[in-house]
Design a protein around this ligand. Structure first.
Ligand SMILES: [Zn+2]
Length: 409
C-alpha cells in the first residue's frame, strides 16, 4: 500500500490488482479490500495469502512439500473468548511459527523452490487447528471461520501439489515440552507399534493406519514401512545423523514404555494418506533446547531438516522434482510481519530476528508509542485507546530501519 499526500490518495496493491481511491476519509469499501480474500482463487507460488483478519496465512509454493504450523500463533483477539473445555490444551508451541518460516527459507535454499506453508496466527487459547472443529473453535463463529480457512489453505496446497507432482508430503510442525530433548516423529503409530519387528511393523494393519500409507505402498526403493520409519533413509535416521536425536530412527526404534511420545494428531490423520490419498503426512514435534530456543539454533536445524527432506524425497518419491524458482521478494518481505492491518486494538510485530526501537507515529508525526530498549521477535502495541486513522510503525530489524503504514479502524 502506498499513501501519498496524507489521506488524499490511497493506492492498494492486492494480488497484483491496483485500486486507486480518491477522497478522504478512507472509505469502508477500501477496508473491506484489506480483509477480503478468496480461498477458491488460484494461488501463485511466492505469494502470501491471508484469511480473515490475518488469523491464518498461506505462503503458496510449488514444491511437493507442505508445512503446517498450527500452534505457534500469538494473537489473542477479544472477539474470540478463551477456549474453556476442561481437557483442552491451550499452551502455545513456542517459536514454531519462527521455525516454520526458517524452514521455508532453508528449503528454498536447498531446493531452489518454495514449499507451501500454512500458519495459524491465533494463540492456542483461541483456536486449535489440530483438533476437530468443536473442540478447536468452541462454537465461536470467528474461530470457526479461522479453522475452516486453515484447513482450506491446506486443501488448496494439497490440490496444487497433486496437480503439479501427483503426490507429496505434509510436515505438521510442533514443539513438545517433554523432558527428553529429541525430535518426536509421528506417523500415527504408537509406542507398541514401533516396538514390533520389521515384519510385523510392515504388516497391513500398521501400514493402513499410518499417515504415510501411500508411500509404504509405492516408493522408489520398494521399501517396507519399517524401513521408511527406521531404515537408514528414514527421516528420523537422517536427522539423527545430523546430530538431532530422533524417535523413531535407526538408532532409536521407539520410546521406552511409559515415556511420553506424540505420534500425530488431527492434521496428520485428516491430511495424510491414512485414507490412501496422494499426500502423505508426518508430524515433527521439535524439542526446545538446541532446536527452537534461539534464532541461530532454529536456522541451523532448519538447514539440516531441509537437507534431510531433500534426501528423503529423492530416495523415496521423485527422481527429479520439476518446479520453478520463485521470486525472493515475497520471502524477503516476510522476514517480518505487522498484523492485523487494519487493526482494532492489538497490533503485533513479528520477525525472524529481534525487533528493536519500536515507535508508533500518528498522522501528525507525533510518537504515540515507544518500546524503549526491549528486543524481542514479537512485540505488541495496544491501539485500543488511539483514535481511528492512519499510523506509521517504525522499528529496527538487523540494523535496518523499517516503516510500515497501519490503519486503526
Ligand atoms: Zn503442537
Amino acid at each position: 500500500m502506498i499513501v501519498q499526500n496524507g489521506f488524499s490518495e490511497v493506492f492498494i496493491t492486492l494480488h497484483s490488482t491496483h485500486v486507486k481511491v480518491m477522497k478522504n476519509p478512507i472509505p469502508q469499501t477500501l477496508i473491506l479490500f484489506f480483509v477480503s480474500f478468496s480461498l477458491n482463487a488460484q494461488h501463485t507460488a511466492g505469494q502470501i495469502y491471508y484469511g480473515s483478519k490475518q488469523y491464518v496465512e498461506y505462503w503458496a509454493g510449488d514444491l511437493p512439500l507442505i508445512i503446517s504450523v498450527p500452534h505457534g500463533g500469538s494473537l489473542e483477539p477479544t472477539e474470540i473468548p478463551n477456549r474453556t473445555c476442561a481437557t483442552c490444551t491451550t499452551v502455545k508451541d513456542a517459536n514454531t511459527r519462527e521455525l516454520g518460516i526458517a524452514l521455508h527459507a532453508a528449503i528454498k535454499n536447498a531446493f531452489g523452490c518454495a514449499p507451501h506453508l500454512i500458519i495459524s496466527n491465533l494463540h492456542r487459547k483461541k483456536l486449535d487447528p489440530n483438533r476437530e472443529i468443536v473442540e478447536a473453535a468452541q462454537a465461536i463463529p470467528a474461530a470457526e471461520l479461522a479453522w475452516r480457512e486453515f484447513h482450506d489453505f491446506i486443501n488448496a496446497a494439497k490440490k496444487a501439489v497433486s496437480d503439479q507432482h501427483q503426490r507429496g508430503l505434509l510436515i505438521d510442525l510442533h514443539g513438545h515440552g517433554h523432558a527428553i530433548q529429541r525430535l518426536e516423529i509421528g506417523y500415527l503409530l504408537d509406542t507398541l507399534d514401533l516396538r514390533l519387528s520389521d515384519v510385523s511393523l510392515s504388516a497391513p494393519q500398521q501400514v493402513n493406519s499410518s499417515s504415510i500409507r501411500r508411500l509404504a505402498g509405492d516408493n522408489r526403493g520398494r521399501l517396507k514401512l519399517a524401513q521408511l520409519i527406521r531404515g537408514p533413509y528414514a527421516l528420523g535416521s537422517l536427522l539423527a545423523e545430523a546430530n538431532y536425536p530422533s524417535v523413531p530412527s535407526a538408532a532409536m526404534w521407539s520410546p521406552s514404555l511409559g515415556e511420553p511420545y506424540f505420534n500425530g494428531g488431527y492434521i496428520t490423520r485428516i491430511h495424510g494418506s491414512q485414507d490412501n490419498s496422494a499426500i502423505d503426512a508426518l508430524q515433527i514435534e521439535a524439542n526446545f533446547m538446541g532446536v527452537r530456543d534461539l534464532a541461530s539454533n532454529r536456522s541451523n536445524f532448519a538447514v539440516e531438516l531441509a537437507l534431510a527432506l531433500k534426501t528423503y524425497l529423492a530416495q523415496h518419491y521423485f527422481a527429479k522434482i520439476a518446479c520453478k524458482t520463485v521470486s525472493t521478494s515475497a520471502v524477503n518481505q516476510a522476514n517480518y510481519q505487522v498484523f492485523p492491518n487494519p487493526v482494532e486494538s492489538e497490533l503485533t510485530l513479528q520477525a525472524t530476528a529481534a525487533i528493536r526501537k519500536v515507535l508508533l507515529f500518528n498522522a501528525l508525526g507525533q510518537i504515540v508509542f515507544s518500546s524503549g530498549n526491549t528486543a524481542n521477535q514479537v512485540q505488541q502495541i495496544d491501539l485500543s485507546t488511539q483514535p481511528k486513522g492512519l499510523y506509521v510503525v517504525s522499528f529496527e530489524l538487523e540494523g535496518k530501519v523499517i516503516k510500515e503504514k497501519v490503519i486503526k479502524q
